[in-house]
Structure formats: C-alpha cells, structure tokens
Design a protein around this ligand. Structure first.
Ligand code: KG4
Ligand code: ZN
Length: 354
C-alpha cells in the first residue's frame, strides 16, 4: 500500500511516497529559509505564498524521483495523508487544498495527520530502515522551533501528551539566542557548531524549573537571562562586539542548560512512568549531537532503549506524515476526511495534557 504524504504546516514544503508505512519510494523537501532569514523568523504570509508557488513543481520532482524506484506503481496508491494542524493557517490551507484536489480526482481517502505526533514517525521510519521496531511504553520528546512537548507512547498511534513548554519552544529559544549572538537564522545549527569550540561551564545559566515537581518546561526565562548577559558583556567591549571565544562559550553554556532542562524533566517522567522501556526524541532540535549524547547517557543510566532519527527525518518532512497516515488508516483512527465533510485545518495544538 503506497501513501502520499504532504507537509506544509510552517516553512518547509514536503512530499513523499511511502510503501507499507516504512519504505520511502521518494521524498522531496523545499526549505524557505532564504525567504524568511532577512526577518529573523517565519513570516506567515510569505510562507503560504512560497508553498503555493512550489507545490506543483515539487510534485513533478517527486513523480520523477519515484518513477525511477523499482517498487513504485501508481495502482498501489491507496491514500493521501496531509498535515491537518497545528501550524500557520495560510500554509496549512495550501497543502490541505492541494491534498483535497488530489483526493477528489483520485477518489482516494484523505487522512488528516497531526504534525506534532507525526514527528515520532520520523523515528519509526528511521528504525524500520535499520530493520528495527519501536518498543512501548515509551517516553518521547518533540523538540522543534514550535514545540517542546513530552509524550507517553503506548503504540505508534496511541500517544498522550504529558507536559509541554509553558512559553517558548526550545528551538525558538536557540533561534532567538542565535540572533542575540549575531548568528544567521535559524540559530540552532550555528549554536551547535560554535559550541564545539566553547566551554559549557564558562557562563553559569539559571536552572529553569529545576525546583518544580511538575514536568512542564519553560524557555523564556533562559532567553531573557542570555539577552541581559549578552548586553552586559557588550558594554565591556570597546566596539560593542563580543569576541569570538566569548560567543563560543556563551553558545556552549546556553546549549548545555537548554538540554539539561530536557533531561531533568525526562528523569522526572521516568519516576512517574516506571514501566517505560524506551526514549524517542525527534523534531529539528534532535539533529543536535550534544543532545544525542545527553539522551544516550540518560538512557544507558536507566537501562533503556533510545533512538533519535537521522537529520532528514528530524526536521519537517512528508515521510513522517505518510507513515502516521498509513498507521491511522490501518487502525481506523481519524480516517477519511472527505467523508467527514466538516473537516478543516486547525492552527493550535489539539492535544491536552493527560
Ligand atoms: O522540526 P523543525 O524543522 O521545524 C519546526 O519547528 O517544526 O525544527 C526547526 C528548529 C529550529 O528552531 C532550529 O534552530 C532547530 O530546529 N535546530 C537545531 C539544530 N538543527 C535545527 N537546534 C539545535 N541544534 C541543531 N543542530
Ligand atoms: Zn515540525
């Protein structure tokens, strides 16, 4: 069974064909970073227009790519999985209307997928590529530019939200701190690179939410702390520019505390859910190798299995959407949107902390 995945919730346009929920027959992603970087963040109006202009060409590119794949056959196409939300309304509408048009013309089911939950399918497809299966019950983070959410997973589609950031997302904080340090947007990968030459203990950072028993997270306080520190350090510089080594030390110190908060809360969740057997971390920030190392250390300490996908399956992609759509179709969860008549994209997270 081949499923087409369509992703357009934010600033990446992506399409993919997935066979039997695990074999990638074709995958294309177009990033809009160059459109948004002059503004230091995603401009919703520009994002929607970019999706609209690039989707038809991307579909042709996907067709060309998959036609070269020996297992691709249009007669085995059985459904269209599309990101239904959360995301930017204009961006979601472009992908959703494109999917609806394809569903109408092909008479195939249209499957609405939650973008945040779908990130875990980046992990599941990555495991399948290595011939491995996920283990449950698991704890998992989605850590991206828009989300820092902690989940309990009982199966590939039975996933409960147990905590989330009460303000900024971790990736958003990386991007804002990157801006403060004079780095290009998005700041996350640049901070990781500079941090390799920095001392993570050079600038002690506040341990955010450390005293709280609650699993909720917060990144706005850490962001403000770095903002004030950068401004204070700049005052001591004759040109008002931070020396390169100071920037590296700041990057390493900030990165350390940003990730320590994630592992602290994960340890708290392990106490609440002692039957946990695996840890899965995904979303754009999961590209970070220091985070890989910290999650691995925590998992080894607690005798757990862990996995974080390869970078192309961490950041936004359509393979994860197609995989989640396939498993929804198989388990009859949120099936055909065309039959529901009243369906529409949603902008805000629908999940509630359980
Ligand atoms: O999942 P994603 O592609 O898009 C959404 O936000 O949904 O994640 C993008 C975020 C950005 O905030 C970016 O700075 C962050 O992921 N990111 C990283 C790294 N690579 C991407 N953050 C830290 N270290 C990285 N290596
Ligand atoms: Zn995402």
């Amino acid at each position: 069974m081949i499923i087409l995945g369509i992703e357009s919730s934010c600033d990446d346009t992506a399409l993919a064909w997935l066979d039997n929920g695990q074999d990638v027959l074709g995958s294309c992603v177009t990033s809009q970073i160059s459109s948004h970087s002059p503004y230091g963040g995603v401009v919703p109006e520009l994002a929607a227009r970019d999706h609209l202009s690039c989707l038809p060409a991307l579909f042709s590119e996907l067709m060309a790519q998959s036609q070269r794949h020996p297992n691709f056959c249009l007669s085995r196409w059985q459904g269209i999985a599309v990101t239904q939300g959360p995301g930017l309304l204009g961006s979601l509408l472009v992908g959703y209307e494109f999917a609806q048009g394809l569903a109408l013309s092909s008479q195939l089911p249209l499957i609405g997928v939650d973008h945040v939950l779908a990130h875990f399918h980046g992990v599941f497809v990555d495991l399948a590529m290595e011939g491995k299966k996920p283990h449950f019950p698991a704890l998992g983070y989605v850590v991206s530019g828009g989300h820092t959410h902690l989940f309990r997973l009982r199966s590939m589609v039975d996933i409960d939200l147990i905590a989330h950031t009460i303000d900024d997302a971790c990736g958003e904080c990386f991007d804002k701190v990157g801006g403060m340090l004079g780095l290009p947007y998005p700041g996350g990968p640049h901070i990781e690179k500079l941090a390799t030459s920095g001392n993570p203990l050079a600038y002690p950072m506040p341990e955010v939410m450390a005293h709280k028993k609650s699993l909720q997270l917060s990144y706005s306080g850490l962001k403000t702390y770095v903002y004030n520190l950068v401004n204070k350090l700049k005052l001591d510089q004759p040109e008002g520019e931070l020396p390169h080594q100071t920037v590296c030390d700041m990057a390493a110190s900030f990165q350390r505390e940003a990730f320590l908060q994630l592992t602290r809360k994960l340890e708290g969740a392990l106490i609440q859910f002692p039957d946990t057997v695996a840890i899965y971390v995904c979303g754009g920030v999961a590209c970070n190798q220091v985070l890989h190392q910290m999650v691995a250390e925590l998992a080894i300490k607690h005798g757990l299995i862990w996995s974080m996908p390869q970078p192309s399956l961490c950041t936004d992609n359509a393979v994860m959407i197609a995989s989640m759509g396939y498993h929804q179709l198989m388990s009859d969860v949120n099936g055909d949107l065309m039959a529901a008549h009243t369906s529409a994209p949603y902008t805000r997270l629908r999940l509630r902390v359980t």
